[in-house]
Structures are given as structure tokens and as C-alpha cells.
Write a protein that binds this ligand. Sequence first.
Ligand SMILES: Cc1cc2nc3c(=O)[nH]c(=O)nc-3n(C[C@H](O)[C@H](O)[C@H](O)COP(=O)(O)O)c2cc1C
Length: 189
Amino acid sequence: MKEARRPSTLFLPKPVALVTSAAGGKDNVMTASWVNVACMEPPMLCVAVRSSRFTHELIGKSGRFTVNVPGEELLEAAELCGNVSGSEEDKFRLAGLTRQAASRVEAPLIAECPLSIECEVRHSLELGSHTLFVGEVMVVWVDSRITDDAGHLLVERMRPFVLNYREYWGMGERLGTYGSGAPPFKVIP
Ligand SMILES: Cc1cc2nc3c(=O)[nH]c(=O)nc-3n(C[C@H](O)[C@H](O)[C@H](O)COP(=O)(O)O)c2cc1C
């Protein structure tokens, strides 16, 4: 039996990513869960950033950001980067994260994250408390330690985690294969 509740952002699971940004000689890293794929052609990601965040200022100025997906071993670093502002602190140093030069954006990639994605902002939607930055994917960086011989990402090596309410959860076991339940006619991607 479902009960109707008041409008809220109750939706789960939410991914956990580390978003980097840079402008005017300053860079920053912020934990973001309101982040997802926004478009396939061209490939786009979006992240909702509260206007009070230092990250908001840096993405607003530069029109660029990177999205880095941490493995479970970076959970504490993600907590730190999600609870301290980079306006006063160097969170890379505090969290023990290593900057790695990106190729198309000034913001650094995070060396410890096995998947890093460079984005250029195409749309900024001021929705209220948060601005939705929609970024076109410029480059995708994948650490070969989390891929098989065909280049496919191995989730069990990557070990991404999600946010459910105020708890971090791992991914659990593999349940099935995408497309295996589709009828035998053309599958629309
Ligand atoms: C798991 C987690 C997810 C978060 N997701 C977001 C998010 O999607 N958007 C946002 O604006 N803030 C989010 N926050 C809060 C920011 O990360 C936090 O306010 C951070 O200190 C802002 O850093 P900055 O001022 O250096 O940009 C999240 C925090 C945590 C711990």
C-alpha cells in the first residue's frame, strides 16, 4: 500500500561522484549525488549545484567541469569533499586526492578515480536553490585496471557506490544483463 507524501527530492539511488572545477587560478573538488547522464547524442552529463557552493562559482566562471567516479575506498574522501567548502580549503590535499591534468578543461581529473569525464557546459538552468549545469562530454578517461580485454568496465573492480537517504551503499551482486528480456525485434538504444 503506497501513501502519498509531500513533494521532495526523495529519489534513490543517487550516484556519488566527485566534481572538479577551476577558474582564475583556483581549483576545487565537490562531492555530488545530483549527477547523471542527460543525453546520448551528443553525450551529455548534468549536475545540480546549489548556488552557495564554491563549485557553482567556478563552473559559472569557466563553463567547464569534470565528473570523477570514486570507488568504495574513496568513501571518506567523498564525505570530506561533501562537507567542507573549497573556498577556504584545499580539499585535494585534505582528502589525499591527486590532481591529474585534463586535456580539454582547466579543472583537474582525480587520479584515484578510475573513471573521469571532462565536460563543457552547454546549458545552465537556474531552477531555484540549484543550477543544473548540462555539460557536453569532451573526453572520457578510463583506468585500464578496471577494464577487461575488450575495454568494458568491470563494476566489481570499479566498486562505485550510491547514496540512499543519508547512507552510502555498495553495488551488491550482478542481477542480470541489459537487453536479455527484450523481445526478438530491433532494440532501441
Ligand atoms: C554524498 C554527497 C552528495 C552531495 N551532492 C551534492 C549535489 O549534487 N549538489 C550540491 O550542490 N551539493 C551536494 N553536496 C554538498 C556539497 O558537496 C557540499 O556542500 C560541499 O561542501 C560544497 O563544496 P564547495 O563549496 O567546495 O563547492 C553533497 C554532499 C554529499 C556528502
